[in-house]
Structure formats: C-alpha cells, structure tokens
Design a protein around this ligand. Structure first.
Ligand code: FAQ
Length: 324
C-alpha cells in the first residue's frame, strides 16, 4: 500500500470511530490502536486464566456436591473467557505463545485482584458477588468497544459473568442467613475483598493516585474504553451498597453514605499505594500465582505437542489424499 492509500485508509478508520462503528481485523488501523488493544486484551485474557487459581483452590473443599459442580463450571468458564480473549488478540496478529511468555516472565500484567488469598469458603461468595460484579460493570461497556472481535467476545463473557455474580450472591446469602459462625465468615470475606475489588478499576483518573502515562484518555478517544476508571468504580459502589443491605452484610467503610446532591454514594479513601505495590508484583500471592501458572504451562507441554502432531498428521493425510 502506498502512502496515499494508507492515508485514505486511516481517514476511513477515523470516520468509523467518529460514527461509533466497528473496526474489523482486516481494516487498516493506527499502530497505537493495535498495540493498545493487544495490551488490554492480553492483560484481560491473563486475568481470566490466573483468576482460575483462587477459586480452583476450593474445588476439592466445596461444602456439597452441588456447590462443587457449580464451582467447577465457573472455573471452567474463566478458562473459556481466556480462550475467547487470546483468540480475539490473535486477530490483531498477536501470537498466543508469545503473549503467554510475556505473562510468565512478568512483562505483561494481570488483574491485581487475583493476588489475594482465598481463606474460607465464604471467599467463593465474595469473589462471585464482588469480583465478578466489578468485572461486569467494567466489561458491559466493552461490549460496545470499537474493535469488533473484542466487543463480540465481551457479549458472551458478560452473560456468563452474570451467572457467576448471582451464584456468589447466593453463597453469601445462604451463609449470611445461616448460623452465627457462617454469618461471621461471610462478613469477614466481604471485609477482606471490598477494598481490593474497588482497586480492580485501576488508578484514579487524575491527581496523585493517577497512573503516570495512563491510557484512559487515548483509549476513550478510540472508543476502546467508554468510561473512565473512576466513573466505573462509582457505578459499582452505587450498585453494590443496596445489594449488601439485601444480604444483611456491611461494607467495611465508615465513610460510605448517600450523597443527595450527587445522587451517588460517597466512599472512603482507597489505598492506592497498595494497588501499585500489588501491580508491581508485591501482593500477598503474586509469586505463588505466577509460579503455579508456569508449572501448569510446563505440565501441559505434552498436550500441545500431541495437538501439533495430530494437526501435522491430518495435513499429511490430506496432502496424500489430494495426490491420490
Ligand atoms: N490490576 O491507564 P490505566 C476478570 C494497570 S476481571 C493490574 O487505567 P487501562 C473476571 C494497567 O494495565 C479482571 N494492573 O490502564 C474474573 C496499566 O498498565 P500498563 C480483568 C492494572 O488499561 C472474575 C496501568 O495500570 N478485567 O478477570 C489494574 O486503560 C472472577 C495504568 O492503568 C479486565 O482486564 C489492575 N486492577 O485500564 C475472572 C478488563 N488497573 O499496561 C476470574 C479489561 C490498571 O501501562 C474470577 N481491561 N492496571 O503497564 C480494562 O478495562 C482496563 O485495562 C483497566 C485498566 C480498567 C483494567
């Protein structure tokens, strides 16, 4: 493509963005747009597969067969979400093996939330209710992302996340209305997961707790992100407070109160120093999560080799059939 053609194609890209249309894999796009999408989608995919670990930890200890079956299905769903997202990143020319290598060597991130330990069964409820709840608030707008394959993957992911959120709510509801000890266990889990869930939305939009070189402004201009981190965080708080009341549980924030003027809840200061430490690799479980992930990848080498051998055999058979 000569320079003039490229300019024309880039003008076409901009007009699709301006008209709130969808960019598809074969469309010409600015290099920055492609790189931003690969970064975000890869981090998102990594979060889904690392996110299997905290809950996977409780599959063998679920309190009933029904709970075990549900938890296994949920963890399996997260693996599926990882697959949709890696496949969507591949439509931009990314190589899945290379993305995994970037994760395994700590050069690409995954969500901070999965670096916290799951200490009791009630944590399964808190993850479903709060972590999947936060994920839904963040991901529903991504169903309108300007990049078609990412937007379409998100539609399916969000449907599944809604089930996840409801099963978490149901676990906590059962515990909260059970014995005194069960209620205390549910409250303790919510106390531990509330603030890290608010951190999932990322650094603040402005001020001292904003990320140096943050991506929001450019990502919003490109229609990748539709709302800023603080806007989505506020939406999550407003949605969650009445649900906590319905559960009979409290949220661990003395500053949480309805603000009549803003028509939203005010909430206390988030410890962003903690978020930045976890993102840097210094959270409670960062090392354990990455080591486990690398080990699982190594253990799965024989499956990849068998799949390659099978594909090569099929290709050879087809060639032989064609020659016959
Ligand atoms: N953790 O300028 P921004 C799930 C990084 S849900 C770690 O705001 P951006 C479902 C950010 O990457 C969780 N790093 O960046 C599930 C950037 O670093 P970089 C996953 C964080 O991209 C539930 C820097 O800080 N969901 O898995 C975090 O515009 C239950 C500056 O930040 C998604 O990934 C964080 N919390 O906005 C699974 C959703 N926050 O790349 C299992 C898609 C920020 O410059 C069980 N992603 N950073 O080195 C997004 O919406 C965005 O990427 C944000 C960050 C909002 C996460």
């Amino acid at each position: 493509m000569d320079e003039q053609d490229e300019q024309r194609e880039l003008a076409r890209f901009q007009s699709i963005i301006d008209d709130d249309g969808r960019i598809e894999p074969r469309d010409v796009m600015p290099e920055g747009y492609r790189k931003t999408l690969i970064r975000q989608m890869a981090q998102h995919a990594h979060s889904e597969i690392i996110g299997m670990q905290p809950e996977g930890n409780w599959i063998s200890r679920a309190p009933s067969l029904r709970r075990k079956a549900i938890l296994m299905a949920k963890v399996q769903d997260e693996a599926g979400h990882g697959l949709y997202l890696y496949a969507a990143a591949e439509t931009l020319g990314a190589d899945r093996g290379e993305l995994l290598d970037l994760l395994h060597t700590g050069r690409q991130k995954y969500s901070s939330i999965f670096n916290y330990p799951t200490l009791t069964w009630a944590d399964m409820g808190a993850i479903g209710w709060l972590v999947d709840g936060a994920a839904i608030v963040n991901q529903v707008p991504l169903c309108r992302c300007s990049y078609g394959p990412y937007a379409r993957a998100m539609v399916r992911v969000c449907k599944e996340e809604s089930f996840h959120q409801r099963q978490g709510f149901e676990i906590l509801h059962t515990l909260s209305h059970g014995t005194e000890a069960q209620h205390a266990m549910a409250q303790d889990a919510v106390d531990r997961w509330w603030w890290p869930s608010l951190m999932m939305f990322g650094p603040r939009d402005t001020g001292a707790d904003a990320a140096p070189g943050g991506h929001t402004e450019q990502s919003m201009a490109w229609g990748i992100k539709r709302f800023s981190n603080d806007e989505l965080r506020q939406r999550f708080v407003d949605m969650t407070v009445p649900q906590a009341e319905a559960l009979g549980l409290t949220l661990p924030d003395p500053d949480l109160r309805w603000n009549e003027q803003r028509g939203s809840y005010d909430f206390g200061e988030i410890d962003f120093a903690e978020l930045f430490e976890v993102i840097k690799g210094n959270g409670p479980c960062n090392r354990q999560r990455l080591e486990h992930r690398v080990r699982a990848h190594q253990d799965g080498a024989w499956v990849r080799e068998a799949a390659d051998a099978y594909a090569a055999k099929r290709a050879a058979d087809r060639t032989a059939q064609g020659a016959a």
